[in-house]
Design a protein around this ligand. Structure first.
Ligand SMILES: *Cc1c(COP(=O)(O)O)cnc(C)c1O
Length: 365
């Protein structure tokens, strides 16, 4: 049996027809740049997250960079983030001129509020937690730290659209929250796409200018910025996909619970605290024998992924040049392995994956 990690083909004929009709709609109205679908998607995503405003942008990276810029973060500032994320999180900070400061993580791979507390300095302007793997961070603790030190809280919710803790959705906690809808994400466009949500009108207005060269009233440039507008076609595709989203998450949670039943006590598996609704962007297990397990699964036709093999501060561009402290992350990054969890997996495929992990770990391989 061959089990791919990801399958981006659109195999369902109904879905293909829906996507074709989205394209057709845009071809007919011809409002190609910032067409009506962009605003419709912004409204729907704001309401989905329980927010007042949403601003569509070109990518999750742009969402992060422009969010930090809208808060006035720049050279001389520090922003505390997690050590373990896709490097876009750190790049967004560094691109503003601020210094990324890397905090440690907990067993659930999310940022550790205790570590954040120790890294606050007079230069700290913001905390940028990442809801890693599709699990909401300890937001109440982070909100408390932000409040007591007068810091902004910006969520990198790129992996966590739809995840929740006690009914509060990812994207509902910070001054600003950022999403990526790139094709790898669960709520995915057919190309690059991103979104920022907020309750603050002043920030939403700033973002509208920042996403297109800092222009206000289409004429006046008031900020140095880039072109980071959300593409109308991608918005049209995303509107179609929003309807199927709950079913996709239901299926992923079902796969995750199937894995949990079989892998409990065999390897470290993702845990959900009371009230947590993870969306399983990745199903990340941990074992000290990670590399051997990965090689074994590959031989059995199972594609897995190490997400991510390096901590952000271990990339050459940041190594030895950025402050922080993350001993636990340094250990855990060598143990993480993502099993396939995409919604197209069949029951027999997930059973096969789990059985092979058990076989390896119980010494049968
Ligand atoms: C995907 C991702 C990003 C970047 O999003 P793009 O749309 O690819 O620019 C940023 N942060 C995290 C945590 C991500 O997973």
């Amino acid at each position: 049996m061959r089990v791919p990690f990801l399958d981006l083909r659109v195999t369902d004929e109904t879905e293909r027809a829906e996507l074709r009709s989205a394209l057709e709609q845009v071809l007919v109205h011809g409002k190609i740049v910032l067409g009506p679908e962009v605003e419709e998607l912004e409204k729907k995503i704001a309401s989905f997250c329980g927010r007042s405003f949403a601003v569509g942008v070109n990518s999750g990276t742009d969402a992060l960079f422009l969010s930090l810029k809208s808060l006035g973060i720049s050279q001389g500032d520090e922003v505390i983030t997690t050590a373990l994320s896709f490097v876009a999180t750190a790049n967004a900070i560094a691109l503003t001129g601020a210094v990324p400061v890397f905090a440690d993580i907990r067993d659930d791979l999310n940022i550790d509020p205790e570590s954040v507390r120790k890294l606050v300095t007079p230069k700290t302007k913001a905390i940028l937690p990442v809801h890693y793997t599709g699990k909401v961070c300890r937001m109440h603790e982070l909100q408390e730290i932000a409040k007591s030190h007068g810091l902004f809280l910006v969520e990198d919710a790129s992996q966590a659209f739809g995840a929740a803790h006690r009914g509060a959705k990812a994207g509902s906690f910070g001054e600003l929250a950022c999403f990526s809808m790139n094709p790898m994400k669960i709520f995915a466009a057919l190309g690059e796409a991103g979104m920022v949500v907020t309750d603050r009108k002043d920030l939403a207005d700033r973002l509208l200018a920042l996403r297109y060269n800092g222009l206000v009233n289409r004429e006046e440039c008031r900020d140095v910025s880039l072109n980071g507008r959300l593409d109308t076609l991608q918005a049209a595709f995303l509107l179609k996909r929003l309807d199927q989203f709950p079913e996709i998450v239901r299926r992923r949670r079902e796969i995750a619970s199937g894995y949990a039943q079989r892998l409990k006590g065999v390897v470290e598996i993702p845990q959900e605290r009371e009230g947590e609704e993870d969306i399983y962007y990745t199903y990340t297990i941990r074992t000290p024998k990670r590399d051997a397990l990965k090689a074994f699964l590959e031989q059995q036709g199972i594609e897995t992924k190490i997400q991510h093999p390096f901590l952000m501060p271990q990339h050459p561009v940041y190594r030895g040049k950025t402050p922080g402290s993350f001993p636990k992350a340094e250990k855990l990054v060598q143990e993480v392995l993502c099993l396939p969890v995409h919604e197209k997996l069949t029951q027999s495929e997930t059973a096969y994956v789990a059985d092979q992990v058990v076989k390896f770990c119980k010494g049968g391989a």
